[in-house]
Design a protein around this ligand. Structure first.
Ligand code: DX5
Length: 213
């Protein structure tokens, strides 16, 4: 069963709370988009201390689209973050970054932008709990899906049969099915869920689309 993970890209705490509440009993995990305006040209609200105080009803992972992702690992760990995903493009040594995340007691993930090859991180994947394939160039919701992500998922699945593969960016019904068929385990969705006006229906549609039985 492919897990659907709603992505929360919020400009302030009010939007964050509204989005989190709107999927509170619909998913096991949410992804918090953390953007610093330096690694990507957008900035989001994502304050670990405030989020910790919210006592969210679901687990959460952070997608660190920031210049120095290791600097915030302690704060996210203290806030109860289950999984931290850093960008291969933002760190010198991917394997070391993944080890650092695990030292803070979180599952470790690495994210690959569309232009980043599997080959470039292959060695480091032995340290990864999850690899996240970007379907868009990070920074905004609602961008068009880049089909290169499907081939990348297929390549990863062939090379690493047991690795958890997550896809983030441009996920929608139809594309979701292709990604599931290629071997994806988790799909992160922002606009398909939050711009639908009906998050429950949107998540159910993505789940049905990825049910390959
Ligand atoms: C990249 C973010 C994604 C984005 C997903 O900008 O990491 O999580 O918010 O939004 P959609 O699903 O609309 O591409």
């Amino acid at each position: 069963m492919v897990e659907i993970i709603p992505a929360i890209l919020a400009k302030d705490e009010k939007e964050f709370r509204r989005k989190a509440e709107s999927v509170a009993d619909l998913c096991e995990t949410i992804q918090i988009d953390v953007m610093d305006g330096a690694f990507v040209d957008n900035v989001t609200w994502a304050d670990p201390k405030r989020i910790d105080l919210m006592r969210l009803p679901m687990a959460f992972e952070v997608h660190l689209m920031v210049k120095d992702p290791l600097a915030s690992l302690d704060a996210w760990s203290v806030a109860g973050c289950q999984r931290a995903i850093v960008h291969a493009e933002a760190v010198e040594d991917v394997a070391e970054a993944l080890r650092q995340i695990k030292l803070y007691g979180m599952e470790a993930g690495v994210s690959l932008n569309p232009e980043t090859s599997v080959a470039s991180v292959e060695e480091a994947l032995a340290e990864a709990d999850v690899v996240q394939v970007m379907g868009v160039h990070p920074g905004w919701m609602g961008q068009a899906f880049q089909p290169v992500a499907i081939e990348k998922v297929r390549t990863l699945r062939e090379k690493f049969p047991d690795l958890v593969i997550e896809v983030d960016g441009g996920v929608a019904v139809g594309i979701a099915r292709e990604l599931a068929e290629a071997g994806a385990d988790r799909l992160v969705s922002g606009s398909a869920v939050f711009n639908s006006g009906a998050p429950a229906k949107a998540i159910d549609a993505l789940r049905a689309d990825t049910d390959l039985e």
